[in-house]
Design a protein around this ligand. Sequence first.
Ligand SMILES: Cc1cc2nc3c(=O)[nH]c(=O)nc-3n(C[C@H](O)[C@H](O)[C@H](O)COP(=O)(O)OP(=O)(O)OC[C@H]3O[C@@H](n4cnc5c(N)ncnc54)[C@H](O)[C@@H]3O)c2cc1C
Length: 399
Amino acid sequence: MDLNLTEAQSAFRDEVRAFLEANLPEDIRETQRSGAHLSEDQYRRWHKILGDKGWSTPLWPREHGGTGWSPVEYAIFDEECHLMGAPRVLPFSVSMLGPVLINFGNDEQRERFLPGIRSGEDWWSQGFSEPGAGSDLANLKTSAVRDGDHYIVNGQKTWTTLGQYGDWIFCLVRTDPSAAKPQTGISFILIDMKSEGVEVRPIITIDGSHEVNEVWFTDVRVPAENLVGQENMGWTYAKFLLQNERIGIAAVGQSKAQLANLKRLAATEKKNGKPLSEDPTFKLKLAEVEIELRALDLTNKRMLVETERGMDPGPVSSMLKIRGSEVAQRLYELKMDAAGLYALPFQPEAAEEGWNGELAGSTAQARSAPHYLNTRKISIYGGSNEIQRSIVSKMMLGF
Ligand SMILES: Cc1cc2nc3c(=O)[nH]c(=O)nc-3n(C[C@H](O)[C@H](O)[C@H](O)COP(=O)(O)OP(=O)(O)OC[C@H]3O[C@@H](n4cnc5c(N)ncnc54)[C@H](O)[C@@H]3O)c2cc1C
């Protein structure tokens, strides 16, 4: 199997690079490259720029605003974005909700919601997880009871990423508590976050940042027309949605960009008067993780080529999630090594955009501890690595 770029793919990569060079705002590139948190405005602005170009929803069918790119072209785009310092468009609206509406929504819902997803004007949050319903998602308790032409929603969602900016939230709710199997009593519903009775409460994570939230619903009236597909069929749509997370799950582009950052940092740090990049122990650790990343890159490309040929990647996507998150976490561990003692002070505010406080070392050093702590999450979200291992064991090893 030839994994090198074809001539057409190289030309496509050049086109992406040229677009990014001309259109990526300098402040967004700088925030992203320096590892600070992007502001709401920066997320929204970049989404709009891609939307205006017609590149915000590349994997959608063409008739709904997709680009017609192949999975390999999408991977090239994703990698170039990371290397150039362009943020990833958040997956909730584009990769999760959009395909569900296209496949299971009705014409009115598509006309009403797809334009706002393409332009980024509507910020969507994902309301699946609840306390007691993460890995065991079918255990969810948030209820939706039909009342005339509305549903009345009560309950709590948790870990809602960037829900503090959300305009809308797509939720799994229980509509039939007496169903024989928990999976068969669940529906998929769209809730306006400005509705009365919706409350967003911050969860401050171990790195000191406000990235996730609890979302509480108290007697929230949701028009019945916001139900997607059929009542009690939400589990089917949720499984479809989670499958769409596969592409990009290995986060190869992101890790390549992080490796480049780490090498830059190691070249400037000194150990015994010499740059850390010349220290044999550090070099060995760096080489190990770089080899892992190359192997991951090749496995990812192999999966993309196979997907392009119509094959189902199956449990390979679980393997990619496990290895991809492990490599990413290792890179942040090495960044802590590189920052040395300067990583010790806990300065979470150093990760905020535009922060200009006093530092013992460099900004990159001060950010290494918050980054290390923050990236503990990547082996948990999107299906924890333990759950992924069970999938691999069941589907590949037959246990
Ligand atoms: C930063 C972050 C952002 C998130 N964003 C969102 C979001 O926007 N929207 C949303 O809906 N959800 C979101 N999540 C939730 C995420 O999907 C869940 O955290 C994840 O599914 C794990 O569920 P849990 O946290 O309830 O852990 P649990 O399911 O309680 O698991 C706890 C531990 O037990 C292990 N475990 C559980 N069951 C098994 C088993 N059967 N076999 C072996 N080990 C097992 C897990 O691997 C884990 O280590 C986010 C999570 C994080 C950390």
